[in-house]
Structures are given as C-alpha cells and as structure tokens.
Ligand binder design. Structure first.
Ligand code: SF4
Ligand code: SF4
Length: 250
C-alpha cells in the first residue's frame, strides 16, 4: 500500500477509480489541524469517491434515497477495508466517520475531517456555492469517504482550483428552504434535515453537536435511522450546470 500503484490496485479491486491520496503538507492549516487532532501523527488522507449516475436523481424519492445510501454505505465499507489493510501493514489508520460525529461551527455543520476541502486540495475538484464538490470530470455528484493514516504519500501535482461558479447562483435561487447563502448551507433550513429536526428540536440538536462523546456513542446506531429517511430535495444538485457532466465515476 505504501506505493501509489499498490493503493490504486487495492482500490481498483474495490471498484473505486476516483480517489486522491493527499499528504498532510498539502492541506490548508485548519484542515491540517483537524486531521492531526483526529489522528495524532497523521501523514495523509485518502479520499475515495463515487459518482452516481444522473438518472438516480430522477427516481422516485424512496428509490433515490436507497440508491444514495447504498453508494455511501459501499464507500464507507471500502474505507474500512482500506484502513484495516493499512493497519495490517503497520500504519495507524482511521476512517472518517460516515454520519456522526459531526460538529457545528457558526451555524454550519461539517465532518470532524472536512473531506470536501481535502478532496479539493487533492485535485478532485473545487467547492461550489452549494458547498458541493464540483469536478470538471465527474460533475457535482461525487459522494466521498476517507481514511486518515500515518502513511506518507508522494506530493501530488494539482492544477490551481478554479472558481467553478462565476456569476451563477442557480442553487441559491432554487433552494426551496432558502438554505444556501455566501456562508454555505444552513442545515436546519435544508428540507432534508428540517423534515427530521423540526424547529423545537433545533436547540437540543445544537447541544448534541457540541458533545463529541455522546455523538460517538450514538454513531453505531445512526446508519439504522437512514433506513427510515427519504430525501426530500436534491435541487441544489440537479439545477447546477455541472449536474450534466456524464463521465462515470465508478
Ligand atoms: S437539498 Fe434542497 S433544501 Fe437542501 S440545500 Fe439543497 S436545494 Fe436547499
Ligand atoms: S448551481 Fe451554479 S452557483 Fe450553484 S454550485 Fe452550481 S455552478 Fe455554483
């Protein structure tokens, strides 16, 4: 695994062709600090990605949700197998949590390790106004998982990330929850979250988001609740001009 070709070979067997191994020194200071807090001694983050077919977003809501959950779950399992393999080879390795723990900062929610930032640093794309990762090759549909490890990786050569949006603001104008602004997405306004967290529950949930230990205890049961969830909206994905980028990412 300690060579790029070994890693590519392992991920090919997992049917993952979109990935980036990002060295700790390639990260912006806040992301570097998050990664080292997550795993002291970390030297790299390997981001794994898959891009669902655009047709998934035209399915009935239940089917769309099941398809997206399946992709995310498969990626999470691949990340776990990669972490196990790295540990077998003597490295420290941890997967980035699938659902929780997450954290809240100034009203916005992100993972303990921000995979979209790291994927962008690793050349997989750049973040749009919708906060989605936008890849010139794979569009705006990439689903991500990640493994933080003590394995060193060679520095990548990545083109300067360009602003993918320019004067476009379709996602902002189309969002039925008015959840997107210059600071990103307000999760408590997004229809997919609002359905599960009505107004009176927002304060208790914010309280929970500040309790990492409690979230860690809840993490094993969180995927169970996904079985009962249904996506209400994916408009910020489908209105984006990058939605039609068709190259298969699997
Ligand atoms: S999923 Fe829908 S409600 Fe949520 S941020 Fe996107 S457009 Fe807005
Ligand atoms: S819809 Fe437009 S503004 Fe929103 S992420 Fe896509 S390109 Fe950027």
């Amino acid at each position: 695994m300690s060579t790029p070709s070994n890693l590519a070979h392992f991920l090919e067997k997992e049917e993952i062709v979109v990935f980036s191994a990002v060295g700790i020194d390639e990260l912006e200071a806040p992301d570097r600090s998050d990664v080292i807090t997550f795993l002291p001694g970390a030297q790299s983050v390997i981001v794994l990605a898959r891009s669902p077919d655009p047709g998934v977003f035209s399915l009935p809501r239940e089917e769309e949700t099941r398809a997206m959950v399946r992709i995310a779950t498969d990626l999470d399992r691949a990340a776990h197998r990669l972490a196990e393999e790295l540990r077998r080879e003597g490295f420290n390795a941890m997967t980035v949590p699938f659902l929780i723990p997450v954290r809240e900062h100034e009203g916005r929610i992100s993972g303990l390790v921000n995979l979209k930032h790291i994927a962008a640093a690793g050349g997989l794309g750049s973040r749009g106004k919708s906060t989605l990762l936008i890849s010139p090759q794979y569009g705006n549909r990439l689903v991500l998982s990640g493994v933080v490890s003590s394995m060193r990786v060679p520095a990548g050569i990545h083109p300067e990330a360009a602003d993918p949006c320019g004067s476009c603001d379709r996602c902002i104008r189309s969002c039925p929850g008015n959840a997107i602004d210059a600071r990103g997405v307000d999760p408590f306004r997004c229809l997919n979250v609002r359905r599960h967290i009505p107004g009176p529950l927002i304060r208790p949930v914010r309280w929970l988001l500040r309790r990492r230990l409690l979230q860690q205890l809840l993490a094993p049961v969180a995927p169970f609740f996904l079985r009962f969830s249904t996506l209400r909206c994916s408009r910020c994905v489908t209105v984006c001009p990058y939605f039609t980028v068709e190259k298969a990412g699997e």
